[in-house]
Design a protein around this ligand. Structure first.
Ligand code: ZN
Length: 268
């Protein structure tokens, strides 16, 4: 089976300190044949200061050139990006994309909500399950608007709030009860020819989980990538094989890699 990790961070991201070539080494050691580096580019800095109007793609391109030189012939390496909080400044996101014509792959992600001053979801301290439900509702509205914007390859880690609510804060939150909103998001994506990812979440619960992958497939969705969301070498390639098995269980017969933002189909 073809093994590709399509959500990997490197020292180009502010929250990862491992050089891209070292992340590539980890991918090779984990048996991957292809990697897309998807370093963060959010529409607002984490200290909430405004972003400059232009993004310098130099560090990502230089790190990729070095990794490609080091791993030439052993690993296919793609230039991707994880665009965050697009609804905060969609024109800025378009400007950033226009200045990087050599991108292979674009993940669109929601990590913050306007009602919480765009603070990272990881930092929200929900009081109770009721607040979790309200937060999920607000999150899904941001995801819906992001899906409508549509200038990306896949929607990243749909159901992300569960990572923090359940893994870090001990809730037992689910997206049950939000079927209508999830279906609408999937329909928008399918209509526009956009996909989703199975974020293998470094081995924790996949985002999104089996129920939602089945819904996406039943609605006719097929464009799907698999990514670990690795921020450290030990996480690269984590649970990609299990993610492929999950997709097969949900009725998928193929998944995607991307080249110059066009899908390349891989059998499952
Ligand atoms: Zn993300």
């Amino acid at each position: 089976m073809y093994l590709a990790d399509y959500h990997v961070h490197s020292a180009v991201s502010p929250d990862c300190s491992v050089a891209m070539t070292d992340m590539a080494a980890a991918a090779f050691a984990a048996g991957m044949q292809e990697v897309a580096f998807t370093d963060h580019l959010g529409m607002g800095r984490w200290d909430c200061a405004p972003l400059p109007p232009d993004h310098d793609w130099g560090p990502a391109r230089e790190a990729l050139a070095r990794a490609r030189a080091d791993w030439n012939g052993r690993l296919t390496l793609r230039l991707g990006v994880e665009l965050g909080e697009i609804t905060r400044a969609p024109a800025l996101a378009e400007r950033f994309l226009a200045s990087a014509p050599d991108l292979d792959f674009v993940i669109a992600s929601v990590h913050g909500l306007p009602a919480y001053q765009w603070r990272d979801l990881a930092l929200i301290q929900e009081k109770d399950e009721a607040e979790c439900r309200r937060e999920i509702q607000l999150y899904l509205e941001q995801v819906r608007q992001t899906a409508l914007w549509g200038r990306f390859s896949v929607l990243g880690h749909l159901t992300l709030p569960l990572r923090y609510m359940n893994e870090r804060r001990g809730f037992h939150a689910t997206f049950d009860g939000f079927e209508e909103q999830m279906e609408e998001i999937f329909r928008i994506l399918i209509r526009q020819g956009r996909g989703i990812e199975v974020n293998t979440n470094r081995g924790h619960q996949p985002l999104p989980g089996e129920k939602w992958l089945r819904m996406y497939r039943d609605l006719g969705g097929e464009t799907v990538t698999l990514g670990s969301d690795a921020h450290g070498a030990a996480q690269v390639g984590c649970a990609i094989r299990e993610g492929q098995a999950l997709l097969r269980r949900c009725g998928f017969t193929r998944f995607c890699t991307f080249e110059k933002r066009r899908p390349v189909w891989q059998n499952l």
